[in-house]
Write a protein that binds this ligand. Sequence first.
Ligand code: HEM
Length: 375
Amino acid sequence: STAYPFFGAHQAGITTPAQDRLHFAAFDLSATTSRDDLIALLKDWSFAAARMTQGQDVSESGAVNGSPLAPPDDTGEALNLPASGLTITIGFGPTLFTTDDGVDRFGIASKKPALLASLPRFSGDALKPGNGGGDLCIQACADDPQVAVHAIRNLTRIAFGRASIRWSQLGFGRTSSTSTSQVTPRNLFGFKDGTANIKAEDPMTVNDQVWVGTDDAAWLAGGSYLVTRKIRMIIEAWDRVMLGEQEKVIGRSKGEGAPLSGGTEFSPVDLEAEGAAGQPLIDSNAHVRLAHSSMTKGSQLLRRGYNFVDGNDELGRLDAGLFFISFQRSPQQFIDVQSSLSRDALNEYVKHVSSGVFAIPPGAASGSYVGATLF
Ligand code: HEM
């Protein structure tokens, strides 16, 4: 079983080959939490995360080695399970720096990156109030759902009295590959997703598009920005669409995932290619045309999303979709791509229901903690 190091120049869970399962949680800090409490929480989270990512329980006494007269430190459901590729990625929301009323609770308002602000409203957004945002976030990814859930459960428990969960999301069947060593998975529309993603094996693009450089807040250098969008997919409507139309909407074939301009899965998308009648082979409103970097001022994203099915709604439809996650060196890249998608043919079949944006600090040096560069 794979174990990824927790400590390093960058946090794990970004260019790490996308694992199969996700448990993502956003937290709000309690009204009584002080600056020192916040620092202590980040230290406690880093300590426990470093252990759990190596397949250990949250502390030395853990689930079963402590006093029989006290509740165990660790909840125990991951005992004897391997690390399962667990990564824990910690992020800071805009409200950590200043509340919506402009209050600087932790003396860090002056360090708020100018780019860290709630995303603008996009056409077609159907965001549910209270369904996104958060002071802090944790992305836990693993190849075993029990390991990912154990991580969020125990980090939530450690936060008790200091921070509590605002919202959380389970995901399965990664909808992106972030390494050329991975087979491209499929999303719930049945299409390969992640073909033209930024891959870890392309360090030039990763440096250019994913890691924050020295042009942003100094404490964030080597970090990134995380955007979450919970996208409900109206799969019953999609499932009644003819195959040829589905492929036209995406701009790729459903079986192979090849661009409709020709070639095989990894052939470059040719937006200029025309058919015999002079019509564009990749439709003018096709998803891959509008998301392509030539249409987004050069902005690219490292996509790392997951499928979700949260049961069904009151009309008996599956409450299903894509929990979209992307990493980029500036939230503006997401804004550029999402704005270009305003006339996406896919929009008839999807609705964005929640939104989040978080600054992802650089990785912690061995024995230090995530966020140390901020304080
Ligand atoms: C490409 C599906 C939402 C950005 C693709 C592809 C599929 C797909 C099937 C082609 C395979 C690939 O290259 O990965 C979907 C579905 C969505 C969705 C079903 C909603 C439920 C989004 C959103 C964004 C986005 C919200 C960003 C704002 C991209 C980008 C590409 C892409 C950048 C690569 C385009 C290229 O350069 O060829 N998507 N997508 N997608 N998607 Fe999406």
